[in-house]
Structure formats: C-alpha cells, structure tokens
Design a protein around this ligand. Structure first.
Ligand code: NAG
Ligand code: NAG
Length: 339
C-alpha cells in the first residue's frame, strides 16, 4: 500500500503560542522532550523475519525508528530494548522468541522485560506460558488505536494514532457553521452498537450524517465518532477545526498520547443512553469561549497525532517516542554473584 502523508504546513509549532492546558504536565513536557532528543537510546534485537508488520502505522513507526537518531548498536547505552516480531506470530513462536532472548542476551533477566517494548497491532493475547506472561505484564506494548479487544494495560501500554491522508485547507473566513454535528458513516460500516442513537441523529435537523466529509466537516461545530468504529479521520476533524465528539458508554483508556495530552481539552465524550436529546444538551452547553479553546488546542493536538513521511518535530512518531521515554525508568536487578 502506497501511503501518502499529510503535511501541516499551515501551522508552525511554537511553544509560546501553545495553550498550555492541552498538556497534562505543561511545565515539564517540553524540557523533558528536549532531553529525550539529546539522550534517548534504543537497542533493537535482530528481527526474527523480514516481513514484520501489517498495519501502515506500525510499518511507518518501525521505518521511522530505524532512520532515527534514537537507535544504538551498543546495548550498554540503551534505555529501552525493542523486540521486533510480526503481529501474526503464533503464541508458540512468541514464547520461543522470548525464551531465546532470555538465554542469548543478558538484558531480559535484569528487568524481566520491563525495559523492553514491542509492536502488536491488536495486542498480545493472554497465555499461560511464563515467557508471554512476562512480556504481557512487564513490557511496553505499542498497538493500534482503537483497541477494542481489551488487550491493553493503561499504565504502560501505548497506542499509535491511525495514518490518514488529508489536506488542511485554510481556515474559512466564514464563521457560521451550518450543522451542530456531523457524522461520517461509510456504506460498508455496520455499527451494531448505538444503532438507535445513530438513527435519531440521522433524523435530527441539527445533525448531518453522510458518507463524504470535507465540506460537512468544515460546516459543522462538532464531528461525531462512535468509539471503536472508523476513527481514522478524527485528526483531520481537529485540524479542520471541528471538535471531535466520542460516543462511548464506558471509559476509554487507550487514546493515543493519553499520558501526555489532556483529551478533555480537545474532545467531548458522551454516553449514548440519553439519546440525541442528551447529546444536543451536552453540545449546546459548551460555551463559546470553551469551544474556541477546544478548536485551538485541537489544531495543536492534530500535529502531535499526525504522521509525516519524514518525521517532524513533535509529530506522532516523536510523541510515541516521548511516551517510551517517559516509561524508561525501570529497576534493573543486579545479578547475584556467589563468592
Ligand atoms: C536468565 O535467567 C534464566 C533463569 O530464569 C536462565 O536460565 C538464563 O540462562 C538467564 N540468562 C542469562 C543470559 O544469563
Ligand atoms: C458560509 O455561511 C453560510 C451561511 O451564512 C452557509 O450557508 C455556507 O455554507 C457557509 N460556507 C462555508 C464554506 O463555510
């Protein structure tokens, strides 16, 4: 698949203009990011096979990592160790891979895998094998958002934002937006959850539901997504100044950059239970100042969530690396040597 990437040339990221509330730790995020650029080192184990990853975001992350300055050939310099294996690997082969890593290299035993990370598009399944249990419990898993499978451990795991091509048009001078909310549904997409709510939205004059976005994204105050369905264009919505609304009846733990940015500053999360009336009440309750702030923060967040053909500062690749950097502190057990 030939992937094309978007370039956000319209906006230049300057730390001074950022709305600091977007970041969970606004005081430390940028100095820590700079420290990462200077010192972060990752050791990659020799890959087990040549064809590795199936989704474009995994492939692109891996390629960007290989071309990045974060790689070291010297494991004694490494903060983290990357264990590459195909997402389609069988449990048996995965167990064998970890066992071999444990025997042939001294690094796994020091932390039982806690300073290791791996890519797996939909997550590694539970297993009774000791090797896989250690990988799953201790190592950092990078998978693809959204992770509807539940194979995700919030305090350590990370998700990759989807890769999605779009062009950012100049912000329109026309501030009037025709619709309160817009929902893009593709013909092939059958949403089993929330079918009743979607029907209500479809029949409500303030909302627009159709298949093809562009103009409607720009002409709507809010862009509606059902969690777990096609969310690939969420970043496009933010960049196009349409505030994302995520419809979900349970807390979402796997949002990309969840421990770096404050998602409540850029998106609205609503349940489905009170129907289109409840949805409208929530959206109408957002004041104009708050709305403008969400638009601004969303435009900045879109740069952190967007991929570039060549990695840019503060883009999705660098922000995933930053999440790994935040997870580098692990205790390494000294080997007990008998005298
Ligand atoms: C790591 O520990 C296991 C025992 O759990 C041992 O069999 C293995 O040889 C150790 N690896 C190294 C490289 O010392
Ligand atoms: C501009 O505003 C008008 C309403 O005044 C609306 O009908 C039109 O679709 C808007 N156009 C764009 C491109 O936003």
């Amino acid at each position: 698949m030939a992937t094309i990437f978007f370039f956000l040339t319209l906006f230049t990221l300057t730390c001074t203009t950022l709305s600091t509330s977007l970041y969970l730790s606004p005081k430390t995020t940028f100095s820590n990011y700079n420290k990462m650029l200077q010192s972060f080192k990752i050791f990659i184990y020799p890959p087990s096979t040549s064809t590795l990853f199936t989704t474009p975001q995994e492939t692109h992350f891996y390629k960007s990592l290989l071309h990045s300055p974060f790689i070291t050939q010297d494991p004694s310099q490494a903060h983290l160790f990357f264990l590459p294996f195909p997402s389609s690997i069988s449990s048996r082969n995965l167990a064998r891979l970890i066992r071999n890593t444990r025997i042939n290299f001294p690094f796994w035993n020091r932390t039982l895998g806690a300073d290791h990370f791996y890519l797996s598009s939909s997550g590694v399944d539970s297993s009774s094998d000791r090797n896989i249990v250690e990988l799953k419990k201790n190592s950092i898993q990078i998978s693809c958002f959204p992770m509807s499978s539940g194979l995700f451990i919030p305090h350590k795991d990370v998700t990759l934002p989807p890769i999605h091509t779009f062009q950012v048009n100049p912000p329109s001078t026309n501030n009037t937006k025709t619709f309160l909310g817009y929902m893009k549904l593709t013909e092939t997409e059958i949403i089993t959850d929330h079918g009743k709510l979607i029907e209500e939205i479809n029949n409500h004059p303030d909302f627009k539901v159709d298949q093809n976005g562009k103009l409607n994204i720009k002409n709507s105050r809010f862009c509606l997504f059902v969690y777990g369905s096609d969310m690939t264009w969420m970043v496009e919505a933010m960049a196009s100044q349409c505030v994302p609304v995520v419809i979900t009846d349970r807390p979402i733990q796997d949002l990309p950059l969840m421990d770096v940015i404050d998602w409540s500053e850029i998106a609205v999360f609503v349940g489905s239970k009170s129907g289109v009336k409840g949805l409208k009440r929530v959206l109408d309750g957002i004041g104009e100042n708050e709305y403008e702030k969400m638009i601004e923060s969303g435009v900045v967040a879109a740069q952190h969530l967007g991929w570039n053909a060549e990695a840019h500062a503060h883009d999705a690749f660098h922000m995933i690396i930053y999440q790994l950097w935040l997870r580098r502190h692990t205790i390494r057990y000294a080997r007990w040597v008998e005298q």
